[in-house]
Design a protein around this ligand. Structure first.
Ligand code: ADP
Length: 668
């Protein structure tokens, strides 16, 4: 076995590979781009080397630089992860020439499967069933039209070199063919530098079922059962599960044998995935083989109890397969959801920005989170915007699904848009939930078919969420007043109270919010043990308290629940009942003035690392007054204008919550 390996990747897969290597006592070397200097994968490895600028072609795709790191670090093998160089035969060859083991198949096998047309020709010979189609060399439009007629419409045009759904076009009738060929060729040429196309019968309501295979250098090959990846959006996987709903023992055996035959036909070694498409009758056809570890490999790990990265390492080290086919068995059911920084309301546009708040569900033997980011990290433009893979396991599909629903509800992200609510809607939808009971419910068109239900229009904020936001605001005001009082010379003074105390008036406070552009007001009436809130739907008694982590225990009309309100400036994200809602705190004119001149508030939760002024100091605009450290970064609180420091509410070393007043300041 190797003493040290280089992980030529980033993000969750680099972290995941490092975890197994560490458990096996194997040293790890990370490579990173300038954008990833502080990334989790760098921290997860024993050593790390900078390989270039952020753009992947200048860093993670640079074979020369990666092999140079292998040489400098003394790594004996390279794990390519998925994506980047994982299916690049030149890289596999260059590794061999550099005397480094490529943890993957031989370059010839990558080559054979690299072209969908070529792979189909090989599979045809090996007796693996193919979707009716044309995968010949001729690219003459007239010939392609004849072939499309022979296959029968609708047909699907695919780029031979394709991946990620690029260069794919559905053609419903002959009149559309020429234009579709031209545009598929353009996309294929620009994405893969190769515009060769093939044509397949376009199957209606198909399922995507793939088989995990493993082969060693001693001539053994097994399959580790199937994964169903039918829940897709634009031909991209959204949910993956194992075993496939409704799979029979006999069909699994047939597909397993076909997958093993496919791997053997190309002299495969290591982990691979043979993808099949199933028609509505359950007949299966070879689609392609991915010659690497798949994103969705964890569901196979959860149902087999095996570590597939460990298998990869052992096989690359020359060991035989750890288990034979008859020693492999399925236990329970696992489902994976891909959590993405993307905005379903805006056509799933990738979202970039900082993960201001990130709270993952509690992990256990049932719940696994594979991620490459942590709170405070940026999701940038250079790489895939996946935040994490959430995988849940249980003894049966219903129970696994229940766990997944709960885990998705517990997943909190603020700062950028995510698909979490969309994922919750999909896993709660009856078509997915009942897929193992009613054959025919699950196919690759599921999301499109139920789009209206899965992507409901943004609903106006409900009273419960408003009540939580208003309560949080009231509690913050009280807390800020208490902090002020404890730092003042006269802590008992009624002027420090935040009980809404007013002479001859009901004690109340009006809080303004903006919900998707609409102003909403809540009036809070102070009561001895809480508040009565006047909400759009009526009045409710609300009380509660905030704990150190910012979680808020709320009681609304006698019902208790846990919620969380995350703030970024005036933007609030309220997490309650497994959902999140964004609100804007309306800034009143008075608050504006105060913000400009009267008070200086903490921009985020953190610690005071220094106080640079004292009460009575006259300062000029921009003068540093206080230093706050938050998320390992320093923030300077500066004078907003020329003026005088009236009060200093915190001392060096104090912890401050976001939004609390730090100093009172009077402008001149
Ligand atoms: P890529 O390599 O670009 O991901 P694939 O060949 O793996 O492309 O196909 C991606 C998805 O497209 C499949 O999972 C399936 O949903 C759909 N698909 C592929 N071939 C067909 C077909 N012949 N009929 C219907 N849908 C198909």
């Amino acid at each position: 076995m190797f003493d040290k390996i280089l992980i030529a990747n980033r993000g969750e897969i680099a972290c995941r590979i490092a975890r197994t290597a560490r458990r096996m006592g194997i040293g790890t070397v990370a490579v990173y781009s300038e954008a990833d200097a502080r990334a989790l994968h760098v921290e997860s490895c024993d050593e790390a080397y900078l390989i270039g600028p952020p753009a992947a072609r200048d860093s993670y795709l640079r074979i020369d630089r990666i092999l140079d790191v292998a040489r400098r670090s003394g790594a004996k093998a390279v794990h390519p992860g998925y994506g980047f160089l994982s299916e690049n035969e030149d890289f596999a060859r260059a590794c061999a020439e550099a005397g480094v083991v490529f943890i993957g198949p031989p370059p010839e096998a990558i080559h054979a499967m690299g072209s969908k047309s070529n792979a189909k020709a090989i599979m045809e010979k090996a007796g693996v069933p193919l979707v009716p189609g044309y995968h010949g060399d001729s690219q003459d439009p007239a010939r392609l039209a004849v072939e499309a007629d022979r296959i029968g419409y609708p047909v699907l045009i695919k780029a031979s070199a394709g991946g990620g759904g690029k260069g794919m076009r559905i053609v419903r009738e002959p009149a559309e063919l020429a234009a579709a060929i031209a545009s598929a060729k353009r996309e294929a040429a620009s994405s893969f530098g190769d515009d060769h196309l093939l044509i397949e019968k376009y199957l209606l309501r198909p399922r995507h079922v793939e088989l995990q295979v493993f082969a060693d250098t001693h001539g053994n090959c097994v399959h580790l059962f199937e994964r169903d990846c039918s829940v897709q959006r634009r031909h991209q996987k959204v949910l993956e599960e194992a075993p496939a709903p409704g799979m029979t023992v006999q069909r699994r055996r047939q597909m397993g044998s076909a997958a093993v035959a496919a791997a053997r036909a190309v002299g495969y070694v290591g982990a691979g995935t043979v993808e099949f498409i199933l028609d509505s009758e359950g007949e299966f056809y070879f689609m392609e083989m991915n010659t690497r570890l798949q994103v969705e490999h964890p569901v196979t790990e959860m149902i087999t109890g095996l570590d597939l990265v460990e298998w990869q390492l052992r096989i690359a080290g020359g060991e035989p397969l750890p288990l034979a086919q008859e020693q492999l068995a399925i236990h329970g059911h696992a489902i994976e959801a891909r959590v993405y920084a993307e905005d379903p309301a805006r056509g799933f546009l990738p979202a970039i920005g900082r993960l201001e708040h990130l709270q993952e569900p509690a992990t256990s033997g049932h719940v696994r989170v594979d991620t490459g980011v942590r709170e405070g990290d940026e999701i940038g433009v250079h790489y895939d915007p996946m935040i994490a893979k959430l995988i849940c396991w249980d003894t049966d599909r219903d129970s696994a699904l229940r766990r997944l629903r709960q885990a998705l509800a517990d997943y909190q992200v603020a700062g950028l848009a995510t698909n979490l609510q969309f994922l919750s809607a999909v896993v709660s939808h009856r078509a997915f939930a009942l897929a193992h009971r009613e054959p025919g419910l699950l196919d690759t068109g599921l999301i499109e078919r139920y789009q209206a239900e899965l992507l409901p229009a943004q609903e106006p904020v409900d009273d419960e969420v408003l009540a939580i936001a208003a309560l949080d605001q009231c509690l913050r005001v009280v807390q800020a007043a208490q902090q002020r009082a404890s730092h003042s010379t006269d802590p008992g003074s009624p002027w420090h109270g935040a009980g809404g105390w007013r002479l001859n008036q009901d004690n109340h406070h009006v809080i303004g919010f903006v919900d998707a552009g609409t102003a909403v007001q809540v009036t809070a009436h102070y009561r001895p043990n809480g508040y009565v809130l006047d909400l759009p739907g009526g009045s409710r008694s609300v009380s509660g308290e905030v704990d150190a982590d910012g979680a808020i225990a709320v009681e609304i009309d006698g019902a208790r629940m846990l919620a969380q309100v995350v703030r970024r400036g005036t933007e609030l994200t309220v997490f309650a009942r497994g959902r999140s809602h964004r609100l804007e705190l309306a800034v009143t004119d008075a608050a504006h003035e105060a913000g400009d001149e009267g008070s200086l508030v903490s921009p985020m939760p953190g610690a005071v690392i220094d106080v640079l002024v004292k009460v009575g100091d006259a300062v000029v605009k921009g003068a540093p007054l206080m230093l706050i450290e938050a998320m390992k970064m320093e923030h300077t609180i500066a004078a907003p204008a020329d003026g005088v420091v009236k009060e200093v509410f915190f001392a060096k070393g104090d912890q401050v919550r976001e939004g609390v007043e730090l100093l009172a300041f009077e402008g001149r």
